[in-house]
Ligand binder design. Structure first.
Ligand SMILES: Nc1nc2c(c(=O)[nH]1)N[C@H]1C(S)=C(S)[C@@H](COP(=O)(O)O)O[C@H]1N2
Ligand SMILES: [Mo]
Length: 303
């Protein structure tokens, strides 16, 4: 783990930064109206990797967001229609202060940080993404987790009028995800509200999404409208669809293959035709921070 608090501008080559400027001035301008024009105020973080981030174009044009279609280009084409203001999140279950919180209230007093994280999809592609967000633990501590709570369950918005993918039963909507409470409280686990210094583009899960960098990408649920503290392991979308292929834990693990493909290596988006593949790291390179969460567990059984 890199201990210097890096900024994306420290690790992004100038040509990519210029692309980003062009993007914001052009196609992105409409999508980032309002306070985002001036950018977000945030601190750098010692949890950031010094690897070179993917370009804003790569991060915003190659997506998985089945609410907008199953193709990688569908979210960037279709998510512009999503209304993200007003936005509220229901926080319920085993908490001291349940309720429906406006987004501004959710963000209140939570310090925004930049976290440049590795992001590894279960499909064996990866990116480096300079998220802006805050630790989920900050929000959970604020609402007061009760002693019986053992898991956190999350749900994405259901709004088929604006989410054309939801007009088909390709998944059992809403998209659902969950974490064990200790995973949710780990400092690496964030709620992201931006990337590359601006508010989140809709295709990346605006206005607020989970990022759990040591787990396969499908755990990082987008456009969250409900967070529930619960006693039992909650049902989760990909596990419900195909339990033999997608476990509840979904920790990145190069030694446990997907039944239909190897997880030993990955394709870094943007590495080019001859970029080849790189080895996948245990817990996606976050072993030092999270391995102790799973001591004594058989990771081939709890995949
Ligand atoms: N609501 C919702 N969240 C989701 C998904 C989705 O289809 N719907 N796809 C997941 C998957 S499989 C991945 S790899 C990441 C992709 O995030 P990105 O498009 O920002 O890279 O989002 C995850 N979160
Ligand atoms: Mo994914």
């Amino acid at each position: 783990m890199n201990k210097a608090p890096l900024r994306w501008s420290d690790v992004t080559p100038r040509h990519l930064w210029l692309n980003r400027r062009a993007f914001i001035a052009g196609a992105g301008a409409a999508a980032v109206a309002g306070p985002a024009v001036a950018g977000l105020t945030y601190s750098p973080s010692a949890y950031s990797t010094s690897e070179e981030p993917n370009s804003l174009e790569e991060i915003t044009s190659y997506n998985n967001f089945y609410e907008f279609g199953t193709g990688k280009e569908d979210p960037s084409r279709n998510a512009g229609a999503l209304t993200t203001d007003p936005w509220s999140i229901v926080i319920d279950g085993l908490v001291d202060r349940p309720g429906s919180y406006d987004l501004a209230d959710v963000l209140k007093d939570q310090p925004l940080e930049e976290r440049i994280y590795r992001f590894r999809c279960v499909e064996a592609w990866s990116m480096i993404i300079p998220w802006i967000g805050f630790q989920l633990s900050g929000l959970l501590n604020r609402v007061g987790v009760q002693p019986g709570a053992k898991y956190v369950a999350f749900e994405t918005l259901v709004r088929p009028e604006e989410m054309p993918g939801q007009q088909s039963p390709i998944l059992d909507w809403p998209y659902r995800e969950g974490l064990r409470l200790d995973e949710a409280m780990n400092p690496l686990t964030i709620l992201a509200t931006g990337l590359y210094g601006e508010v989140l583009p809709n295709q990346n899960g605006a206005p607020i999404r989970l990022v759990v960098p040591w787990k396969y990408g499908f755990k990082s649920i987008k456009s969250i409208v409900r967070i529930s503290l619960v006693a039992e392991e909650p049902p989760t979308t990909w596990n419900m669809l195909q339990p033999s292929e997608y476990g509840f834990y979904a920790n990145v693990n190069p030694t446990v293959d997907h039944p239909r493909w190897s997880q030993a290596s990955e394709r870094r988006i943007g590495a080019g035709l001859f970029g080849g593949r790189q080895d996948t790291l245990m817990f996606n390179g976050y072993e030092e921070e999270v391995a102790s969460l799973y001591s004594g567990m058989d990771l081939a059984k709890f995949y």
